[in-house]
Write a protein of this length. Structure first.
Lengths: 110, 114
């Protein structure tokens, strides 16, 4: 089974940096994945980490520590369009299922 | 290219009725996933297929739910009989086998059972 924990909501100012944390407890771990979901829309894939360390992708970076069961998504130079829910998901060896956390709602204000 | 297509986008039905949700994956994708999303439970995987074969249906809540994939371009999720607790947004997603975790989601079907 799995236990994926994310804080529920945060507010940040346009242009700022925000860090969204995700902790997990699971067996057979095979990667940590981040998805963005705007209100009323479908989730869209953002990034993934399989090995420990930081992956950078434009304004978004994602970090993973497998020994600590911890990941974060860093959003830089926040824009109004970044207001969304950010879902972390755990992948498993031996199959291609993803287990999603409930998401962290980020509200960007001017 | 067209993304994942789902129909209907909205469905309102009465308890006890049969509901059929439809999905057309992205052409060439060999994985197809059905998810359900609610405020209380978040995004839950119901079932997924690889090359039209069901691989893992452990998330299907009970016998009232069934899913089929008769060919590479079409899948259905059926609920019979429907109950108010089935009210949720149902998403279909597809992916390629060499990037199975990078899933492309359809717009979802918002189901309301009264």
């Amino acid at each position: 089974g799995q236990n994926i924990d994310q804080p529920t909501e945060m507010t940040a100012t346009e242009g700022a940096i925000v860090q969204i944390n995700c902790t997990y407890q699971t067996s057979g771990f095979n990667g940590l994945f981040w998805y963005q979901q705007h209100a009323g829309e479908a989730p869209t894939f953002l990034s993934y980490n399989v090995l420990d360390g930081l992956e950078e992708k434009g304004r978004f970076s994602s970090f993973l520590s497998r020994s600590k069961g911890y990941s974060y998504l860093l959003l830089k130079e926040l824009q109004m369009k970044d207001s969304a829910s950010y879902l972390c998901a755990v992948g498993y060896y031996g199959n291609n299922r993803l287990a999603f956390g409930k998401g962290n709602q980020v509200v960007v204000i001017p | 290219d067209a993304g994942v297509i789902q129909s209907p986008r909205h469905e309102v039905t009465e308890m006890g009725q049969e509901v059929t949700l439809r999905c057309k994956p992205i052409s060439g994708h060999d994985y197809l996933f059905w998810y359900r999303q609610t405020m209380m439970r978040g995004l839950e995987l119901l079932i997924y297929f690889n090359n039209n074969v069901p691989i893992d249906d452990s998330g299907m809540p009970e016998d009232r739910f069934s899913a089929k994939m008769p060919n590479a371009s079409f899948s259905t999720l059926k609920i019979q009989p429907s109950e108010p607790r089935d009210s949720a947004v149902y998403f279909c997603a597809s992916s390629l086998s060499n990037r199975a975790y990078e899933q492309y989601f359809g717009p979802g079907t918002r189901l309301t059972v009264t």
